[in-house]
Design a protein around this ligand. Sequence first.
Ligand code: ARG
Length: 457
Amino acid sequence: MAREKKLWAGRINASMAHSVEAFTSSIAVDRRLYRCDITGSIAHVKMLARQRIILLSEAQKIVRGLKAIEREIERGNFPFSSADEDIHMNIERRLTKKIGAVAGKLHTARSRNDQVALDMRLYLREELKVILDAIRRLKKELARAARRNLKVIMPGYTHLQRAQPVLFSHHLLAYVDMLDRDGKRVEGCAERVNVLPLGSGALAGTTFPIDRAYVAKMLGFPRLSTNSIDAVSDRDFVLEFLSVSAILFVHLSRFAEEMILWCSEEFGFIELPDRYCTGSSMMPQKKNPDVIELIRARTGRVYGNLQALLTVMKGLPLAYNRDLQEDKIPLFDTVDTVKASLDMMREVVRGLKVKKERMLAAAQEGFMNATDLADYLVRRGMTFRSAYTLVGRIVRYCLGSHRRIEQLSLKELRRFNPRIEEDVYAFLALDAVIERRRALGGTSSDNVRRRLREMGV
Ligand code: ARG
Protein backbone atom coordinates (compact mmCIF):
# COMPACT_ATOMS: atom_id res chain seq x y z
CA MET A 1 0.00 0.00 0.00
CA ALA A 2 1.32 3.41 -0.89
CA ARG A 3 2.17 5.40 2.22
CA GLU A 4 0.41 8.68 2.69
CA LYS A 5 2.57 11.76 2.78
CA LYS A 6 3.36 13.19 6.17
CA LEU A 7 1.97 16.57 7.12
CA TRP A 8 5.45 18.01 7.07
CA ALA A 9 6.54 16.50 3.72
CA GLY A 10 7.14 20.03 2.45
CA ARG A 11 10.10 20.38 4.77
CA ILE A 12 11.23 16.88 5.55
CA ASN A 13 12.44 15.30 2.40
CA ALA A 14 12.36 11.61 3.21
CA SER A 15 9.65 9.25 4.36
CA MET A 16 9.94 8.41 8.01
CA ALA A 17 11.57 5.13 8.94
CA HIS A 18 8.99 2.58 10.09
CA SER A 19 10.97 2.09 13.27
CA VAL A 20 10.75 5.82 14.02
CA GLU A 21 7.04 5.84 13.35
CA ALA A 22 6.54 3.03 15.82
CA PHE A 23 8.89 4.57 18.36
CA THR A 24 7.38 8.05 18.36
CA SER A 25 3.70 7.31 17.86
CA SER A 26 1.41 7.95 20.80
CA ILE A 27 -1.90 7.07 19.21
CA ALA A 28 -2.28 3.83 21.16
CA VAL A 29 -2.23 5.87 24.36
CA ASP A 30 -3.69 9.26 23.52
CA ARG A 31 -6.71 7.99 21.58
CA ARG A 32 -8.60 8.24 24.81
CA LEU A 33 -8.42 12.03 24.37
CA TYR A 34 -10.56 11.91 21.23
CA ARG A 35 -13.69 13.41 22.76
CA CYS A 36 -11.78 16.25 24.40
CA ASP A 37 -9.89 16.85 21.18
CA ILE A 38 -13.08 17.12 19.15
CA THR A 39 -14.80 19.30 21.76
CA GLY A 40 -11.82 21.65 21.75
CA SER A 41 -11.66 21.75 17.95
CA ILE A 42 -15.35 22.55 17.63
CA ALA A 43 -15.05 25.46 20.04
CA HIS A 44 -11.95 26.69 18.23
CA VAL A 45 -13.57 26.56 14.81
CA LYS A 46 -16.74 28.31 16.01
CA MET A 47 -14.57 31.10 17.37
CA LEU A 48 -12.67 31.33 14.07
CA ALA A 49 -15.95 31.84 12.22
CA ARG A 50 -17.27 34.36 14.74
CA GLN A 51 -14.06 36.34 14.33
CA ARG A 52 -14.40 36.08 10.55
CA ILE A 53 -11.09 34.30 10.29
CA ILE A 54 -12.90 31.57 8.36
CA LEU A 55 -16.36 31.50 6.79
CA LEU A 56 -19.36 30.33 8.77
CA SER A 57 -20.13 27.74 6.09
CA GLU A 58 -16.58 26.41 6.39
CA ALA A 59 -16.90 26.18 10.15
CA GLN A 60 -20.20 24.34 9.82
CA LYS A 61 -18.67 21.83 7.46
CA ILE A 62 -15.78 21.23 9.83
CA VAL A 63 -18.06 20.87 12.86
CA ARG A 64 -20.25 18.36 11.02
CA GLY A 65 -17.17 16.41 9.98
CA LEU A 66 -15.79 16.36 13.51
CA LYS A 67 -19.10 15.15 14.91
CA ALA A 68 -19.20 12.37 12.33
CA ILE A 69 -15.69 11.37 13.33
CA GLU A 70 -16.69 11.30 16.99
CA ARG A 71 -19.49 8.87 16.12
CA GLU A 72 -17.08 6.72 14.12
CA ILE A 73 -14.71 6.46 17.05
CA GLU A 74 -17.54 5.70 19.44
CA ARG A 75 -18.81 2.91 17.18
CA GLY A 76 -15.33 1.50 16.84
CA ASN A 77 -14.98 1.95 13.09
CA PHE A 78 -12.46 4.77 12.97
CA PRO A 79 -9.34 3.75 11.04
CA PHE A 80 -6.66 4.58 13.62
CA SER A 81 -3.19 4.71 12.11
CA SER A 82 0.12 4.95 13.89
CA ALA A 83 1.52 6.62 10.76
CA ASP A 84 -0.47 9.65 11.94
CA GLU A 85 1.42 9.81 15.20
CA ASP A 86 -1.23 10.99 17.61
CA ILE A 87 -4.95 11.52 18.11
CA HIS A 88 -4.79 15.10 16.84
CA MET A 89 -3.31 14.14 13.49
CA ASN A 90 -5.45 11.05 13.15
CA ILE A 91 -8.54 13.20 13.46
CA GLU A 92 -7.27 15.93 11.13
CA ARG A 93 -6.31 13.38 8.47
CA ARG A 94 -9.71 11.74 8.70
CA LEU A 95 -11.44 15.10 8.51
CA THR A 96 -9.61 15.86 5.28
CA LYS A 97 -10.75 12.51 3.89
CA LYS A 98 -14.32 13.26 4.80
CA ILE A 99 -14.75 16.96 3.91
CA GLY A 100 -11.82 17.72 1.66
CA ALA A 101 -9.42 20.66 1.61
CA VAL A 102 -11.55 22.88 3.84
CA ALA A 103 -10.41 20.67 6.73
CA GLY A 104 -7.11 22.44 6.37
CA LYS A 105 -8.65 25.55 7.96
CA LEU A 106 -9.24 23.86 11.31
CA HIS A 107 -5.67 24.32 12.43
CA THR A 108 -5.65 28.07 11.70
CA ALA A 109 -4.32 29.99 14.73
CA ARG A 110 -3.58 26.77 16.58
CA SER A 111 -0.67 24.45 17.26
CA ARG A 112 -0.70 20.91 18.50
CA ASN A 113 1.16 22.31 21.49
CA ASP A 114 -1.73 24.38 22.78
CA GLN A 115 -4.16 21.78 21.44
CA VAL A 116 -2.72 18.91 23.46
CA ALA A 117 -2.45 21.10 26.58
CA LEU A 118 -6.15 21.87 26.18
CA ASP A 119 -7.10 18.22 25.66
CA MET A 120 -5.23 17.15 28.77
CA ARG A 121 -6.94 19.79 30.86
CA LEU A 122 -10.38 18.94 29.51
CA TYR A 123 -9.72 15.27 30.18
CA LEU A 124 -8.40 15.69 33.70
CA ARG A 125 -11.14 18.14 34.63
CA GLU A 126 -13.78 15.49 33.94
CA GLU A 127 -11.86 12.72 35.66
CA LEU A 128 -11.33 14.84 38.77
CA LYS A 129 -15.10 15.10 39.14
CA VAL A 130 -15.40 11.32 38.99
CA ILE A 131 -12.57 10.88 41.47
CA LEU A 132 -14.01 13.44 43.85
CA ASP A 133 -17.29 11.58 43.78
CA ALA A 134 -15.54 8.25 44.41
CA ILE A 135 -13.78 9.76 47.43
CA ARG A 136 -17.08 11.10 48.72
CA ARG A 137 -18.72 7.68 48.33
CA LEU A 138 -15.89 5.88 50.11
CA LYS A 139 -16.16 8.37 53.00
CA LYS A 140 -19.89 7.68 53.22
CA GLU A 141 -19.33 3.93 53.23
CA LEU A 142 -16.77 4.25 56.04
CA ALA A 143 -19.21 6.40 57.99
CA ARG A 144 -21.94 3.81 57.53
CA ALA A 145 -19.61 1.07 58.80
CA ALA A 146 -18.79 3.31 61.77
CA ARG A 147 -22.50 3.81 62.46
CA ARG A 148 -23.14 0.03 62.34
CA ASN A 149 -20.29 -0.60 64.79
CA LEU A 150 -20.60 2.55 66.84
CA LYS A 151 -19.88 1.04 70.26
CA VAL A 152 -17.43 -1.67 69.26
CA ILE A 153 -14.28 -1.40 71.36
CA MET A 154 -10.87 -2.24 69.91
CA PRO A 155 -7.29 -1.88 71.09
CA GLY A 156 -5.71 1.31 69.84
CA TYR A 157 -2.03 0.99 69.02
CA THR A 158 1.14 2.97 68.98
CA HIS A 159 4.28 1.22 67.72
CA LEU A 160 1.83 -1.60 66.92
CA GLN A 161 1.78 -2.25 70.68
CA ARG A 162 -1.50 -2.10 72.55
CA ALA A 163 -1.87 1.42 73.89
CA GLN A 164 -5.35 2.63 74.83
CA PRO A 165 -8.82 1.34 73.97
CA VAL A 166 -10.67 3.20 71.21
CA LEU A 167 -13.95 2.80 69.42
CA PHE A 168 -13.61 0.92 66.14
CA SER A 169 -15.94 3.57 64.71
CA HIS A 170 -13.48 6.29 65.75
CA HIS A 171 -10.67 4.39 64.03
CA LEU A 172 -12.68 4.17 60.80
CA LEU A 173 -13.49 7.86 60.98
CA ALA A 174 -9.76 8.62 61.09
CA TYR A 175 -9.72 7.50 57.44
CA VAL A 176 -12.70 9.72 56.70
CA ASP A 177 -10.69 12.72 57.87
CA MET A 178 -7.76 11.66 55.68
CA LEU A 179 -10.05 11.25 52.67
CA ASP A 180 -11.58 14.60 53.45
CA ARG A 181 -8.20 16.25 53.02
CA ASP A 182 -7.59 14.20 49.87
CA GLY A 183 -10.86 15.53 48.45
CA LYS A 184 -9.85 19.09 49.24
CA ARG A 185 -6.52 18.54 47.51
CA VAL A 186 -8.36 17.24 44.44
CA GLU A 187 -10.51 20.37 44.47
CA GLY A 188 -7.43 22.56 44.73
CA CYS A 189 -5.87 20.71 41.82
CA ALA A 190 -9.09 21.12 39.78
CA GLU A 191 -8.87 24.87 40.23
CA ARG A 192 -5.45 24.94 38.59
CA VAL A 193 -6.48 22.47 35.87
CA ASN A 194 -9.36 24.74 34.95
CA VAL A 195 -7.38 27.24 32.88
CA LEU A 196 -7.64 27.58 29.08
CA PRO A 197 -4.27 27.25 27.30
CA LEU A 198 -5.70 27.36 23.75
CA GLY A 199 -4.67 30.47 21.85
CA SER A 200 -1.03 30.17 22.84
CA GLY A 201 -0.08 28.75 19.44
CA ALA A 202 3.17 26.84 19.23
CA LEU A 203 4.75 29.02 21.94
CA ALA A 204 4.55 32.72 21.03
CA GLY A 205 0.83 33.27 20.51
CA THR A 206 -0.92 33.85 17.20
CA THR A 207 -1.14 36.62 14.61
CA PHE A 208 -4.87 36.04 14.04
CA PRO A 209 -7.49 38.14 15.83
CA ILE A 210 -8.77 35.27 17.98
CA ASP A 211 -11.15 35.62 20.93
CA ARG A 212 -9.82 33.43 23.71
CA ALA A 213 -12.44 34.52 26.21
CA TYR A 214 -15.18 33.27 23.90
CA VAL A 215 -13.48 29.86 23.60
CA ALA A 216 -13.10 29.77 27.38
CA LYS A 217 -16.77 30.50 27.82
CA MET A 218 -17.82 27.79 25.38
CA LEU A 219 -15.59 25.25 27.11
CA GLY A 220 -16.43 26.36 30.65
CA PHE A 221 -13.00 27.61 31.68
CA PRO A 222 -13.17 30.39 34.26
CA ARG A 223 -9.65 31.56 33.47
CA LEU A 224 -7.20 31.98 30.57
CA SER A 225 -3.50 31.27 30.68
CA THR A 226 -1.57 34.54 30.68
CA ASN A 227 1.74 33.46 29.17
CA SER A 228 1.87 31.48 25.93
CA ILE A 229 5.32 30.05 26.64
CA ASP A 230 4.23 28.74 30.02
CA ALA A 231 0.87 27.50 28.73
CA VAL A 232 2.43 25.05 26.26
CA SER A 233 5.29 23.99 28.57
CA ASP A 234 3.36 23.56 31.78
CA ARG A 235 2.42 20.16 33.12
CA ASP A 236 2.25 21.25 36.76
CA PHE A 237 -1.43 20.39 36.76
CA VAL A 238 -0.58 16.78 35.91
CA LEU A 239 2.20 16.68 38.48
CA GLU A 240 -0.17 18.08 41.04
CA PHE A 241 -2.76 15.42 40.32
CA LEU A 242 -0.09 12.72 40.55
CA SER A 243 1.08 14.14 43.90
CA VAL A 244 -2.44 14.33 45.26
CA SER A 245 -2.95 10.74 44.14
CA ALA A 246 0.28 9.63 45.80
CA ILE A 247 -0.92 11.08 49.10
CA LEU A 248 -4.34 9.51 48.63
CA PHE A 249 -2.60 6.18 48.17
CA VAL A 250 -0.63 6.65 51.38
CA HIS A 251 -4.04 6.54 53.03
CA LEU A 252 -5.52 3.70 50.99
CA SER A 253 -2.40 1.66 51.52
CA ARG A 254 -2.32 2.19 55.28
CA PHE A 255 -5.96 1.18 55.51
CA ALA A 256 -5.35 -1.85 53.28
CA GLU A 257 -2.42 -2.86 55.46
CA GLU A 258 -4.50 -2.56 58.62
CA MET A 259 -7.29 -4.68 57.17
CA ILE A 260 -4.78 -7.28 56.03
CA LEU A 261 -3.47 -7.47 59.59
CA TRP A 262 -6.96 -7.48 61.09
CA CYS A 263 -8.18 -10.40 59.02
CA SER A 264 -5.17 -12.54 59.96
CA GLU A 265 -5.70 -15.28 62.53
CA GLU A 266 -3.33 -13.40 64.84
CA PHE A 267 -5.64 -10.39 65.06
CA GLY A 268 -8.95 -11.89 63.97
CA PHE A 269 -10.72 -8.54 64.22
CA ILE A 270 -12.56 -8.64 60.91
CA GLU A 271 -13.58 -11.01 58.21
CA LEU A 272 -13.70 -10.08 54.55
CA PRO A 273 -16.62 -11.32 52.50
CA ASP A 274 -15.74 -14.48 50.57
CA ARG A 275 -16.42 -12.91 47.23
CA TYR A 276 -13.60 -10.42 47.82
CA CYS A 277 -11.05 -13.11 48.64
CA THR A 278 -9.19 -15.80 46.79
CA GLY A 279 -7.98 -19.28 47.68
CA SER A 280 -4.65 -20.94 47.21
CA SER A 281 -3.74 -23.29 44.38
CA MET A 282 -2.11 -25.66 46.85
CA MET A 283 -3.32 -25.02 50.40
CA PRO A 284 -6.97 -25.97 50.56
CA GLN A 285 -7.74 -24.05 53.76
CA LYS A 286 -6.62 -20.62 52.57
CA LYS A 287 -8.63 -17.44 52.27
CA ASN A 288 -6.48 -14.57 51.08
CA PRO A 289 -7.19 -10.82 51.04
CA ASP A 290 -5.81 -10.29 47.53
CA VAL A 291 -8.02 -7.35 46.70
CA ILE A 292 -6.68 -5.13 49.44
CA GLU A 293 -3.17 -6.45 48.91
CA LEU A 294 -3.40 -5.20 45.34
CA ILE A 295 -4.61 -1.79 46.48
CA ARG A 296 -1.55 -1.69 48.75
CA ALA A 297 0.68 -2.81 45.89
CA ARG A 298 -0.65 -0.35 43.33
CA THR A 299 0.59 2.41 45.59
CA GLY A 300 3.93 1.55 44.02
CA ARG A 301 2.62 2.33 40.56
CA VAL A 302 1.08 5.59 41.69
CA TYR A 303 4.28 6.77 43.38
CA GLY A 304 6.26 5.59 40.37
CA ASN A 305 4.07 7.59 38.00
CA LEU A 306 4.72 10.76 39.97
CA GLN A 307 8.45 10.07 40.01
CA ALA A 308 8.39 9.33 36.28
CA LEU A 309 6.83 12.63 35.30
CA LEU A 310 8.88 14.68 37.75
CA THR A 311 11.93 13.22 36.06
CA VAL A 312 10.60 13.90 32.55
CA MET A 313 9.90 17.52 33.45
CA LYS A 314 13.07 18.43 35.27
CA GLY A 315 15.59 20.22 33.11
CA LEU A 316 13.28 20.69 30.10
CA PRO A 317 14.05 24.01 28.43
CA LEU A 318 11.03 26.15 27.54
CA ALA A 319 8.77 25.78 25.63
CA TYR A 320 7.27 22.57 24.21
CA ASN A 321 9.52 19.51 23.92
CA ARG A 322 8.45 16.13 22.65
CA ASP A 323 9.30 14.79 26.10
CA LEU A 324 5.94 16.18 27.18
CA GLN A 325 4.19 13.46 25.21
CA GLU A 326 5.33 11.12 27.98
CA ASP A 327 2.93 12.74 30.45
CA LYS A 328 0.08 10.60 29.22
CA ILE A 329 1.00 7.11 30.37
CA PRO A 330 1.54 8.12 34.01
CA LEU A 331 -1.54 10.32 33.99
CA PHE A 332 -3.92 7.78 32.46
CA ASP A 333 -2.56 4.93 34.54
CA THR A 334 -2.97 6.94 37.72
CA VAL A 335 -6.52 8.00 36.85
CA ASP A 336 -7.47 4.37 36.20
CA THR A 337 -5.75 3.10 39.32
CA VAL A 338 -7.23 5.75 41.59
CA LYS A 339 -10.78 5.20 40.35
CA ALA A 340 -10.61 1.41 40.49
CA SER A 341 -8.99 1.34 43.92
CA LEU A 342 -11.45 3.80 45.49
CA ASP A 343 -14.37 1.79 44.16
CA MET A 344 -12.88 -1.51 45.27
CA MET A 345 -12.12 -0.17 48.72
CA ARG A 346 -15.71 0.97 49.07
CA GLU A 347 -17.01 -2.49 48.18
CA VAL A 348 -14.71 -4.10 50.71
CA VAL A 349 -15.81 -1.69 53.46
CA ARG A 350 -19.43 -2.37 52.65
CA GLY A 351 -18.93 -6.12 53.10
CA LEU A 352 -16.72 -5.92 56.18
CA LYS A 353 -17.69 -8.30 59.02
CA VAL A 354 -16.53 -7.07 62.43
CA LYS A 355 -15.70 -9.64 65.11
CA LYS A 356 -16.46 -7.47 68.08
CA GLU A 357 -15.85 -10.11 70.78
CA ARG A 358 -12.33 -10.65 69.48
CA MET A 359 -11.68 -6.92 69.43
CA LEU A 360 -13.02 -6.49 72.94
CA ALA A 361 -11.03 -9.46 74.25
CA ALA A 362 -7.88 -7.97 72.75
CA ALA A 363 -8.68 -4.59 74.27
CA GLN A 364 -8.97 -6.16 77.70
CA GLU A 365 -5.40 -7.42 77.59
CA GLY A 366 -2.33 -5.23 77.61
CA PHE A 367 -3.15 -2.86 80.50
CA MET A 368 -4.83 -0.40 78.18
CA ASN A 369 -6.44 1.33 81.15
CA ALA A 370 -3.07 2.04 82.82
CA THR A 371 -3.07 5.70 81.72
CA ASP A 372 -6.52 6.05 83.23
CA LEU A 373 -5.36 4.69 86.59
CA ALA A 374 -2.65 7.35 86.54
CA ASP A 375 -5.30 9.97 85.66
CA TYR A 376 -7.42 8.63 88.57
CA LEU A 377 -4.53 9.25 90.97
CA VAL A 378 -3.97 12.72 89.52
CA ARG A 379 -7.61 13.53 90.26
CA ARG A 380 -6.83 12.52 93.84
CA GLY A 381 -3.92 14.92 94.14
CA MET A 382 -0.81 13.20 92.77
CA THR A 383 1.32 14.78 90.06
CA PHE A 384 0.98 12.97 86.77
CA ARG A 385 4.64 11.95 86.75
CA SER A 386 4.57 10.27 90.18
CA ALA A 387 1.22 8.60 89.38
CA TYR A 388 2.70 7.36 86.11
CA THR A 389 5.67 5.80 87.94
CA LEU A 390 3.43 4.19 90.52
CA VAL A 391 1.16 2.64 87.87
CA GLY A 392 4.26 1.30 86.13
CA ARG A 393 5.04 -0.60 89.31
CA ILE A 394 1.46 -1.86 89.55
CA VAL A 395 1.68 -3.14 85.98
CA ARG A 396 4.90 -4.98 86.76
CA TYR A 397 3.20 -6.51 89.81
CA CYS A 398 0.30 -7.64 87.61
CA LEU A 399 2.67 -9.24 85.11
CA GLY A 400 4.18 -11.28 87.95
CA SER A 401 0.80 -12.79 88.80
CA HIS A 402 -0.72 -12.84 85.31
CA ARG A 403 -3.58 -10.53 86.18
CA ARG A 404 -5.10 -7.32 84.88
CA ILE A 405 -5.10 -4.18 87.01
CA GLU A 406 -8.81 -4.50 87.69
CA GLN A 407 -8.29 -8.10 88.86
CA LEU A 408 -6.19 -6.96 91.82
CA SER A 409 -8.07 -6.68 95.11
CA LEU A 410 -8.66 -3.29 96.63
CA LYS A 411 -6.29 -4.31 99.42
CA GLU A 412 -3.51 -5.02 96.95
CA LEU A 413 -4.10 -1.75 95.14
CA ARG A 414 -4.14 0.28 98.36
CA ARG A 415 -0.78 -1.20 99.31
CA PHE A 416 0.56 0.81 96.34
CA ASN A 417 -1.33 3.93 97.30
CA PRO A 418 -4.09 4.46 99.87
CA ARG A 419 -5.77 7.11 97.68
CA ILE A 420 -7.20 4.23 95.64
CA GLU A 421 -10.79 3.41 96.59
CA GLU A 422 -13.61 1.10 95.58
CA ASP A 423 -14.72 3.42 92.75
CA VAL A 424 -11.49 2.64 90.88
CA TYR A 425 -13.03 -0.49 89.32
CA ALA A 426 -15.81 1.43 87.61
CA PHE A 427 -13.25 4.04 86.59
CA LEU A 428 -11.08 1.43 84.88
CA ALA A 429 -13.87 -0.27 82.91
CA LEU A 430 -13.11 0.04 79.18
CA ASP A 431 -16.29 1.82 78.20
CA ALA A 432 -15.71 4.35 81.00
CA VAL A 433 -12.14 4.76 79.75
CA ILE A 434 -13.48 5.52 76.29
CA GLU A 435 -16.41 7.74 77.25
CA ARG A 436 -14.21 9.99 79.38
CA ARG A 437 -12.33 11.07 76.25
CA ARG A 438 -14.90 13.59 75.24
CA ALA A 439 -12.74 16.60 74.44
CA LEU A 440 -13.30 17.37 70.75
CA GLY A 441 -11.60 14.78 68.58
CA GLY A 442 -11.37 12.13 71.31
CA THR A 443 -12.74 8.59 71.01
CA SER A 444 -15.94 9.04 73.12
CA SER A 445 -19.12 7.84 71.43
CA ASP A 446 -20.50 11.39 71.72
CA ASN A 447 -17.72 12.62 69.48
CA VAL A 448 -18.20 9.79 67.02
CA ARG A 449 -21.94 10.49 66.88
CA ARG A 450 -21.32 14.20 66.32
CA ARG A 451 -18.95 13.47 63.45
CA LEU A 452 -21.44 11.06 61.88
CA ARG A 453 -24.19 13.67 62.19
CA GLU A 454 -21.95 16.20 60.44
CA MET A 455 -21.62 13.71 57.62
CA GLY A 456 -25.34 13.11 57.52
CA VAL A 457 -24.95 9.41 58.35
N1 ARG B 1 1.70 13.93 20.51
C1 ARG B 1 2.19 15.17 21.03
C2 ARG B 1 2.11 15.18 22.56
O1 ARG B 1 1.37 14.40 23.05
C3 ARG B 1 1.32 16.30 20.57
C4 ARG B 1 2.03 17.59 20.46
C5 ARG B 1 3.03 17.47 19.41
N2 ARG B 1 3.70 18.69 19.16
C6 ARG B 1 4.85 18.71 18.50
N3 ARG B 1 5.39 19.84 18.31
N4 ARG B 1 5.42 17.60 18.08
O2 ARG B 1 2.80 15.90 23.21
